[in-house]
Design a protein around this ligand. Sequence first.
Ligand code: ZN
Length: 594
Amino acid sequence: MSDFAQSVKQQADIVKVIEGYVRLRKAGATNYSGLCPFHKEKSPSFSVHAVRQFFHCFGCGVSGDVFTFVSKMENVSFPEAVRIVAQKCGIPLPKKEYSSPEEAAEARMRRKLLDLHEAATVWFEQQLAAPEGAVAREYLTGRGLDAKGIKEFRIGYAPDGFNGLRDYLGKQADVETLRASGLFSQKEHEDGTMGPLYDRFRKRVTFPIANEGGRVIAFTARTLETGEKAGAKYINSPETPLYTKGQVLFNLDKAKGAIRTAGFALLVEGQMDCISVYLRGIQNVIATSGTAFTEMQVNTLKRHTTQLAVNFDPDAAGANAAEKSISLLTEEGFDLKIVTLEDGLDPDRYIRERGLEAYVKAIRGARRQADYLIERARQQFPGQSAEQKVKAMNFLLPHIRRIPQKLVRDQFAADAAQKLGIDSAVLREELRQAALKRQDHIEVKASALTEVERVLLRALAVVDPEFEQVRRMAAQALTEQPALFEALPCCSALVELAQRQAADPMEAVQDEGQRARLAEALLGETKSPGVGEVFSALQEIQERAIGAQLRAIRAQITEAERRADHAETAVLTQQKLELDRALRKLHHQKPPED
Ligand SMILES: [Zn+2]
């Protein structure tokens, strides 16, 4: 370690640095603990030692010092991590040292792109203040934004022209860097050569998108045109070395402190809603930008809170993304409350028309997700007939199955039975089974592995010929339908185990991280899994795959119905029926005899 790194390490407080990314609780005289940001977990196994200045995760085994942490977190090289920590602690930087030319080039590029985004932000801000920005200022005033709010969110204006930003930034960077920034577009000629760069955002209000550290890494821009010329209402930066779609949560940089204080986050759909709610004093608010949550965003959010109040637009267009997000968040063990606003207003309008206090009240009055869904089931299928009750129940079952914690599932099922007035023993039993059915994911000891992975790893690691059958079952499934397993984090270990020549399974797995997963699966157990266990694990994987297809098809059906495309709806409905059938068939499969 260089002298500089050494001195940064002495001055930096690892607890403070890590707290910028992970919620930590004091867990002892010198220890802090929290949810590990490097693996999925529901109970904290990630510890930080305040005196010895290191972190360790008992779940996934990752450990190191403040630089290891930052380099893993930000996905940057060691020297880059030193630089970031130094900056966080206000320590001035010496000349850089990098271990390879590629690393240096990568760091240089990132830094240049950050500088370009900063410059673009300033330029857009200036254009908003200029006479040409009048139309944009008018729009923003109409949305209730004052100068202070505009300044705080660094909102700007991209004027109506092709070269404004290009000419401005052209003085600071070469064409290659400008192209990589995503701030410009380029047309391909018929002969395959590329035309000149031109401004991507034109006649649009610009909203910077910042990373968790508050640096601008991309833009979203709203059109001010109406009618045919308008194009998409919002356009965003494309993916760049700085910006990966589905990774950033809008406003998390500003909201994270307030989220920690409040103990929950308020999730809204659009940037404008988010900005408006934030500026009126509810600062623990973040937005998804109208698209469905991604797993990356879920993991990002999980580092800050698992308590969410969700306030999505009730309109049909938003409902799809909202429903997907809610499903995913539920599956990931988030505790959701649903905020519903009277008269279908969005948060921005609600606050403007009814006032902040009314909105705060609506958030406080948010219903548990279970209550919300039961209410929806009752509204959609009113009446006391057995038929309606079955329909209501069928609406609820998939939601119940999705909940990872058994206790929560049981409670949900019991509430549903009671509120729907289901007194039939048969129907109650159905509900109870649905609650039982899902694998219980409450983790007694923190683990990077799900039950399914654990069972499959153990099955494929079998060495005793007596248990050869379970190994064969798992290996066969893996050969026949490899795509089903791709989503599992331990997938490559599974493949290597299935193809292994070496007698010792640990020798068969090359990658260190994958080997750690295998070790964990093997350490926890003393004997081979049973045929029934392997069967259930394989069944669950297929169920997930079909479930994902069903979700996609349902979204397509809603979309086709919205377009009144009856032919398409019919085709999709047929596909959905086939998937339903496949799912039913799957549920009726019996495990082979031991
Ligand atoms: Zn971990």
